[in-house]
Ligand binder design. Structure first.
Ligand code: ZN
Length: 293
């Protein structure tokens, strides 16, 4: 009897090792998500709100046209370009078995509502992204827009979440808990960041600097404004400390920074990983800090 049990236990152990490899498992829960839009966004829980024939099947994430849209989890993308109402659309078949729909992706060439772009990579979908591609969590997959029946209405991402590929449920609680990226770029691409706004505190002994970030420019060309985010970055004794004229000042001067003073940080160039995209102090290193004279 004892022996039989241990055999069962062995089989179960083997199964649990194999299970994560099979994608689309029917029993797995919705995972913790990466927030699907990079940059400022506003949204409410408008799932189920009356919209024409069907109640609203997702949440509308109101944002800036052409904001980068990323994979909320790892999976496979499928393009869909034949829906008049959805416009340029993308399915993400998550490895968890959850399916996500990204609707009203960008179809404009300029920042105006010109409708001259097609549902292709570089306009609606991320540059170079192929239909059927496997993507990692946080990988850019598209651009926020106003295609389909959102034409001319405020640009937004209509985002749906289908557990186990079944009926849509409200994505709201999952979005509220989602981790928000600081920036997004193709996996492995080297990126450095310029981060601007106010210091909260620097502690050269502990090797940290906290700031409230409102403005980010990445070496990829990504420029985000109107952010409201507190981040903490690692300081090393090698970090250059400069005044506003570009003169070197002693590293210890950072300790004299008071709350609310404007600072600008340049990071070293780092490979794009989920950790660096999330702004983890373990992945982002401070190259220089410019402080008030
Ligand atoms: Zn919608």
């Amino acid at each position: 009897m004892k022996r039989k049990l241990s055999k069962t236990a062995l089989v179960l152990a083997a199964l649990s090792v194999v299970a994560p490899l099979s994608s689309g498992s029917a029993t797995r829960a919705v995972p913790g998500l990466i927030f699907p839009v990079v940059g400022p966004v506003s949204y409410i829980n408008d799932f189920g709100a009356p919209r024409g024939r069907l109640p609203h099947q997702g949440n509308d994430l109101m944002g800036i046209k052409k904001s980068t849209v990323v994979a909320v989890e790892a999976g496979k993308v499928t393009f869909w370009t034949h829906s008049a109402s959805a416009g340029c659309m993308l399915y993400l078949h998550g490895n968890s078995g959850t399916m996500y729909e990204y609707i009203h992706l960008n179809n404009d060439r300029t920042m105006k509502n010109d409708n001259r772009g097609k549902c292709v990579a570089g306009t609606a979908y991320a540059k170079g992204l192929k239909d059927g591609a496997h993507v990692v969590a946080g990988q850019p997959i598209g651009f926020l827009g106003d295609s389909g029946d959102a034409n001319g209405i405020a640009s937004h991402l209509h985002f749906e979440l289908h557990p186990r590929g079944g009926n849509a449920v409200s994505p709201y609680p999952y979005l509220k808990r989602a981790r928000i990226l600081l920036f997004a770029a193709d996996p492995g691409d080297r990126v450095s960041l310029t981060l601007k706004r106010t210091s909260l505190a620097a502690d050269t002994g502990a090797g940290t600097l906290s700031m409230r970030l409102t403005d980010l420019v990445a070496s990829t060309g990504l420029h985000l404004e109107k952010l409201s985010r507190k981040i903490t970055l690692a300081l090393s004794p090698d970090t250059l400390v400069l005044d506003e004229l570009g003169n070197h000042v002693p590293f210890e001067n950072l300790d004299g920074l008071s709350d609310g003073e404007p600072v600008q940080i340049e990071t070293t160039s780092v490979p794009t990983t989920l950790a660096s995209e999330l702004g983890s102090s373990l992945a982002l290193t401070t190259f220089s800090v410019t402080i008030p004279s």
